[in-house]
Design a protein around this ligand. Structure first.
Ligand code: G6Q
Length: 543
């Protein structure tokens, strides 16, 4: 499929965008807005309950037209279709990329190697629902006959960030009489603090690992096993206090977890795309199967929108193309994610993995160097806290940082004027970023001349505003899928494999050799560079 696609720099739309960017860069959003009175309402799009205002971007109708042409010349549509129909678009791992199947309705069918994967997805979802209900109702008893009150998810990366983010985001919908904790770091403090006030009799561990070999997760799982057996003594207790989420049944059995309590998924689900698979079991226990289904419906609605809506009205395509626009034509290096919703406090961290692990690539699908910068750095914090720290740099620093503001019409916790104040900040920040404050305006405020340059805001700093009614499981599903497909769009333009992660794989093996040297009873012969060898020696002598 990629054979037909010309290298990035030779695509006609790419060349046209380069010229167009030269004419647009000197223009200010103030003038762009003045020249086009309908812009504020016209450069908007909505789908699946999300409203996107992208008018405060440094674009014109011509920009949009060219970006959409670029998408077509890059084969975005064909590539998306290949994903939705189970083609092995993750070529470096020879795998289909089918997180979209995780939220496909029962009636759909998606074939991988001739086999319909949708029934299997629903089988697992049903099994998860039955298990979750047992925990939630108190019917599931621990080894000594007590109901489970504490749920500890052990996992890392894609097997942690999604569950943590979703738990925080949907706390309002979660069972408050159950405690949820998440252990990921191999730093023993993470585990120790997670269980310090828990009793094994009432604690259930969910060991979430696609491979069931990840060093951090297996180390934490073994510590959890030892902690449980320390009090409950009998190995039969493990079956009542551990469940596994994995594709590796053999390793799960070896660990001592009953495969009846194993929830499977498939090699066509990437870790960072797995929060809506069995990896979301902690989420389902917290919010209940019905809310979990509503989360999946939100995902699915955005999938359908991405697959079918024309690109000029397609939210994920627009977001992705705008990111390409700033990354490649304005040399922006980052994107700030600014949710004005406290429950979304882990959303930027979640998106960091989704976006940066997916598009942090330097070669195209055919192994040649990409002809442009790829994946920008995503980062952010919930508003309004960021306003009192790093927004200074966004407003008056020397870098261009496109921002995504995320807000809601209604608060989950209405409290006096809080929500109106919160939202006033969203609109005011985006306005100030775009339009700034001129020297004349500063002087008119009576500011003494030496201070004028310090108080000038250049403006012309782009942002998107995403609005929805209220943060619900459904809305969260639409938001996550929105960014998943934005990442997809960017990856398609750059012709990279957004679904492998060789850098992460490297990290999984690197430490093993040094660990052996650190733990060696006799003095190891160290053959690293002099710095590393010296550090290992120092640590051995001081530990
Ligand atoms: C995600 C990555 C990575 C992975 C973790 C955990 O896309 O592959 O973050 O999720 O390394 O892997 P396991 O689930 O296999 O333990």
């Amino acid at each position: 499929m990629t054979d037909r696609i010309a290298p990035l720099a030779s695509r006609p739309a790419w060349k046209a965008l380069q010229q167009h960017a030269d004419t647009l860069r000197p223009q200010h959003l103030r003038d762009i807005f003045q020249a086009d009175p309908s812009r504020g309402s016209r450069f908007t799009a909505q789908a699946c309950g999300l409203f996107l205002d992208y008018s405060k971007n440094r674009i014109t109708d011509e920009t949009l037209k060219l970006l959409i042409e670029l998408a077509h010349q890059s084969g975005l549509r064909e590539r998306a279709e290949a994903m939705f129909t189970g083609k092995k678009i993750n070529t470096t791992e020879n795998r289909a990329v089918l997180h979209v199947a995780l939220r496909a309705p029962r009636s759909e069918s998606i074939l991988v190697d001739g086999e319909d994967v949708v029934p299997g997805v629903h089988q697992v979802l049903d099994k998860m629902a039955a298990f979750a209900e047992q925990i939630r109702s108190g019917a599931w008893l621990g080894y000594t006959g007590k109901p489970i009150r504490n749920i500890v998810n052990i996992g890392i990366g894609g097997s942690d960030l999604g569950p943590v983010m979703a738990y925080e985001a949907l706390r309002h919908y979660s069972r408050r009489d159950l405690n949820f904790r998440f252990v990921s770091n191999v730093d023993g403090t993470d585990f120790a603090e997670a269980v310090r006030d828990f009793h094994p009799e009432e604690t259930l561990f969910l060991v979430a690992s696609k491979t069931f070999t990840t060093l951090e997760t297996m180390t934490n799982a073994h510590s959890a096993r030892a902690w449980t057996l320390g009090r409950l003594k009998q190995t039969e207790a493990i079956a009542r206090h551990f469940a596994a989420i994995s594709t590796n049944a053999e390793a799960v059995t070896k660990f001592g977890i009953d495969t009846a309590n194993m929830f499977g998924f498939w090699d066509w689900v990437g870790g960072r795309y797995s929060m809506d698979s069995a990896i979301g079991l902690s989420t389902m226990i917290a919010i209940g199967p019905e809310n979990f289904r509503s989360l999946l419906e939100g995902f699915h609605a955005m999938d359908v929108h991405f697959r079918t809506a024309p690109l000029e009205k397609n939210l994920p395509a627009l977001l992705g193309l705008l990111t390409v626009w700033y990354t490649n034509f304005f040399h922006a290096q980052t994107v700030a994610i600014l949710p004005y919703e406290q429950y979304l406090k882990r959303f930027p961290a979640y998106l960091q993995q989704l976006t940066m692990e997916s598009n942090g690539k330097h070669v195209t699908l055919d192994g040649t160097e990409v002809q442009a910068d790829t994946g920008p750095i995503y980062w952010g914090e919930p508003g309004t806290n960021g306003q009192h720290s790093f927004y200074q740099l966004i407003h008056q620093g020397t870098r261009l940082i496109p921002c995504d503001f995320i807000g809601f019409y209604k608060s989950i916790n209405p409290l006096g004027r809080h929500h109106d104040m919160l939202m006033a900040n969203v609109f005011a920040q985006a306005e100030a970023l775009a339009f700034g404050k001129t020297a004349a305006e500063v002087r008119a405020e009576g500011v003494p001349e030496p201070l004028v340059p310090h108080k000038v805001f250049a403006g012309n700093r782009p942002s998107n505003i995403l609005l929805a009614e209220r943060l619900t499981p459904y809305t969260l599903g639409t938001l996550v899928a929105l960014y998943e497909h934005s990442v997809f769009t960017q990856g398609a333009i750059w012709s990279i494999d957004s679904f492998d992660q060789w850098g992460v794989e490297l990290g999984k093996v690197l430490a093993q050799r040094i660990l052996g040297e650190i733990e060696s009873p006799s003095e190891p012969s160290l053959a690293h560079d002099t710095s590393t060898s010296n550090l290992v020696r120092l640590y051995r002598s001081q530990r």
